[in-house]
Design a protein around this ligand. Sequence first.
Ligand SMILES: *Cc1c(COP(=O)(O)O)cnc(C)c1O
Length: 472
Amino acid sequence: LKYSDLPKWSLRAAEWAAEYHEGLRDCSVRAQTYPGATLDDLPHEPPEQPVGMDAIFEDFEDIVPFGMTHWQHPRFFAYFPANAAPASMIAEQLANAMSAQCMLWQTSPVATEMEQRMVDWMRQSLGLRDGFKGVIQDSASSATLCAVLTMRERALDWAGNTAGLANGPRLRIYASAETHSSVDKAVRIAGLGQDNLVKVATRADRGMDPETLARAIADDRKAGHVPAGVVLCTGGTSTGAFDPIAACIAVAKQEGLYTHVDAAWAGSAMICPEFRTHWDGVDEADSIVMNPHKWLGANFDCSIQFLADPTDQVRTLAIRPTYLESDNDDEIVNFSEWTIPLGRRFRALKLWFLFRAYGLEGLRSRIRNHVAWAELAAQKLASDDRFEIITDRRLALFTFHYNRPGQDGDIQTERLLRAINDDGRIYLTQTKVDGRYAIRFTIGQFECTKEDVEMGVAVIKELAAMLADVSG
Ligand SMILES: *Cc1c(COP(=O)(O)O)cnc(C)c1O
């Protein structure tokens, strides 16, 4: 295949994509397949001779769509969304056409400067104060790891990178039990040890209790440990918990600790001013991560980390061997010094397309609809005796339980979830809330309509009735 063949095959791929999206409502959301099915479809050995594009494309159509869970399906109510708005897909296609390594300013000046501008557009869109800088990472997990590494190096007076961690003090990181597992992973990878991630007790609303945080820090100091940083959550993954950001950051600041706010999902909602009370005080954070690739419409991957002052993170991560030096290093930014991988994709392009193709008003109206429809769905389930709302709606996420008199609610709820996902018209996933099995319902897909949500509720009720019939 030659570059001159691109128009033909790109067009074919674009036509396929349009048809795919048009037909999504008729597909089962979750893949209805079994382990090993795709392995059986693929030859064990790679081809020695080239295969024509016609055959490759045909096999793609035969094998791939059936094995996919359709994340762009309008009735994907599982996990958190991973949107890919058409404008951002087109930008990705253009970025692919150039496939540059955007690690240094000089390896693609426009990518670096567009990234600076897009990060600042996002800063303004979210209502963050002037002065935050930022970088586009692949994922929130990476951003959180960078923040935890920075916490470590600050606490060790920058000796960890050089001397290693052996014989050092026990460094302590604080987070609530509602924070994402990427925080646990970051603490492990950073060499701090899982035991040194202190899970601070939460209040009834599932936000971190600032007084308990203060006490945990004081206890650790007394025990001779070294508190290093606090990771706060704005929109936890399980139930959408919000830590009281202002109060917790106040405690952290008093103790000289570095703070990182994980708003991977909920951050996108902050383009709507009415939701910003959920992260009041965020302007005082040292680091914030939010994923435009979740709710906002930028296709994966696109995660923005804002930094009040990049100096500490760059000091933690930057290594500049001679072969990466450039002439104007004091005038420009080399974003690879802010992140873990050296190589970087041109991710700013899809944000530029996204912002312009929808405008902030277009993006806000989607999020507002999702929040309103989630409220509607929660009310419809709450008004039916068979269902119990376990955690109230937080933005566009709530959790519920299925109760049948005389039956184990956890087992029944799990059976209902299995029936829903085998049915395929909608897709939901589970969590545990205070030890109880709960179904998460979250709305966030770009093409989702109110009718899709109503159908979602109807499917839940229909399958609950069917389960009751079958098992008497
Ligand atoms: C999704 C999510 C993450 C992980 O995001 P990745 O970009 O996939 O690493 C972290 N924290 C929260 C709160 C999330 O919702």
